[in-house]
Design a binder for this molecule. Sequence first.
Ligand code: VTB
Length: 332
Amino acid sequence: MSSSVTVQQSQILERILSLEIVRVTERAAVSSARLRGRGDEKAADQAAVDAMRRELNKLPIHGTVVIGEGERDEAPMLFIGEEVGNRNGPKVDIAVDPLEGTTLCAKNMPGSIATMAMAEGGTLLHAPDSYMEKIAIGPGFAKGLIDLDVSPEENIYNLAKAKGVKPHEITALILDRPRHAAMIAAVRATGASVALITDGDVAGVIHTAQADLTGIDIYMGIGGAPEGVLAAAALRCIGGQMQCRLVLDTEEKRARAAKMGVKDPRKKYAIEDMVRGDCLFAATGVTDGNLLRGVKFRKDVIETETVVMRSVTGTVRVIRAEHRELSKFHLD
Ligand code: VTB
């Protein structure tokens, strides 16, 4: 078989898989949405994990979870290294966050999503479950415009200049955490506006890619590393820049990361370092949010809204689904 045929075949399969992964995030979202507002983060997360794993195992792939629920010893399902899929298909890396924003779901607050990304085997960063410094902007700017090693002020000034606006016309999205107090003050000191979120920085990063719509020009701050890789997969599809660095502040964390292949603990990762080839990204809304509508349990149908992205073409589809086989969903 010539290599061009192989490439073609893998692209056709990948194209088909872009709809298949929608089913995966849809099911995870519906399962956790049943537990919205119950104050039980664990139960909501577990429901999403169970559903996502069950759906993933139906896919014609030989998948390995590289971003998952944790290490094998701490997560019984969708742990890092777990093989998923029916093994009848291409080798792929899978990144999952079955319920991104567990607290948002447990409190029935806006912005929780079920999300995953898929890429060719060996191309996604194996990030430990640590923190990660992140900075991201949308497409259309010169490479290297943002940098973790310059001050927040400088990043804002550079972005404003590149956009041809004054700093006070820039809005930065930051997770509302005490660790960001200095960063928030620094950004405000430039005149820029700060939009705070309590959770959900995968969606937060994605917002920068549609600044005209969301009003978010830049994402900054420290969040989870797994969420960083998922966000990088989305930006790989829709464009934008991101720079990330793992926060490995103890010997134990550095050793863990080294075991996962992280040679330089201070490395600054660009999108291409975290997602080294083409990928698919999908997210379904659990609670209503700026990115997606949450699951609606109507009388005879369950409605979901999913965004699915493909890096090969940059296509973004928003899929509003009405699910009628309710008996199947009640099994979840
Ligand atoms: C962020 C946020 C996630 O974790 O990554 C955050 O996007 C970082 O951790 O939704 P801390 O909560 O410890 O600050 C989440 O909130 C998920 O837990």
